[in-house]
Design a protein around this ligand. Structure first.
Ligand SMILES: Nc1ncnc2c1ncn2[C@@H]1O[C@H](COP(=O)(O)OP(=O)(O)OP(=O)(O)O)[C@@H](O)[C@H]1O
Length: 262
């Protein structure tokens, strides 16, 4: 907890002087270059930047999926950089929800079973009333017994959001969560993330290429060459697009390889 004057400010995620390099010698790539940034509780941040600017690397380091080469990451009061692999896995399971572009649902399981999975993996007996409430909130009450292949892309992503929310995580990380969705469906998914932040006090950090998606955030953080290249608060889609143009993001994107699907 940090105090800024009269205001009490809680940072749920904090990166201090985080550096991440790949390879060494002449082939070394600096993906994150001395990055320091904090994310307050109940805030929604979009992370944007040209291809290769370090967005995925940032997300992986912030969420404890990967270890920085130097610097420290604190998530929900725990210093990730001190933890071994097993402890980091447990912290991810208990304190973090993930939403990916490719939904990553288990095809053989029903909606209800998919949403219950994080609780089962944590050895907790899922409370069916709680599961049904989370599924109702994402608008899929009638679909609880269906399997992912029987749902539209937008419905599948809503299942993924329900699954991310069920363990009441401190942070929800999104990697292009609306990347595979049409405009209207993307707006529904963004509204669910917004509600998780505003109503439940979750902290959302979402990597996106889409200025409209980013305009749903409280703050947009721009990365370039592994560093923070600027921020916008309460952004409009137009302001985000203008800043991305300034960063040369669109020109680079046109020639960039198709994003990896995880
Ligand atoms: N495993 C790896 N080995 C070597 N270099 C890597 C590796 N992963 C990423 N990089 C490099 O690190 C830099 C940052 O990559 P990163 O994937 O974080 O960028 P990004 O902003 O997410 O890009 P995109 O929008 O294209 O997905 C790039 O120069 C990339 O080539």
């Amino acid at each position: 907890m940090k105090r800024w004057g009269k205001h009490v400010h809680t940072e749920v995620v904090r990166l201090d002087s985080v550096r991440k390099t790949y390879g060494d010698g002449r082939a070394q790539v600096v993906a994150l270059d001395d990055l320091s940034i904090g994310f307050g509780q109940a805030t929604f941040t979009a992370v944007m930047g040209p291809s290769g600017s370090g967005k995925s690397t940032f997300l992986h380091c912030a969420a404890g999926l990967d270890r920085p080469t130097a610097g420290r990451v604190v998530l929900d009061g725990v210093e990730l950089t001190d933890l071994d692999e097993k402890a980091r896995t447990e912290l991810r399971r208990d304190r973090i929800g993930f939403v990916f572009q490719a939904f990553n649902l288990m095809p053989a399981l029903t909606v209800l079973e998919n949403v219950a999975l994080p609780l089962r993996l944590a050895g907790r007996a899922p409370d069916e009333a709680l599961l049904r409430e989370v599924i109702r909130r994402v608008g899929l009450a009638e679909r609880a017994e269906h399997r992912p292949a029987e749902l539209s892309g937008g419905q599948q992503q809503r299942v993924a959001i329900a699954r991310a929310l069920v363990s009441r995580p401190a942070v929800i990380f999104g990697d292009e969560p609306t990347g595979a969705l049409d405009t209207r469906t993307a707006l529904e998914v963004l509204a669910l993330l917004r509600e998780a932040v505003d109503r439940d006090g979750r902290t959302a950090i979402v990597v996106t290429h889409d200025p409209v998606a980013a305009s749903h955030a409280d703050r947009v953080v721009f990365l370039a060459d592994g560093r923070i290249a600027g921020e916008l608060h309460k952004p409009t889609a137009q302001a985000v697009a203008d800043r991305m143009t300034h960063l040369g993001a669109w020109a680079e994107q046109a020639t960039a390889p198709v994003r990896r699907v995880r």
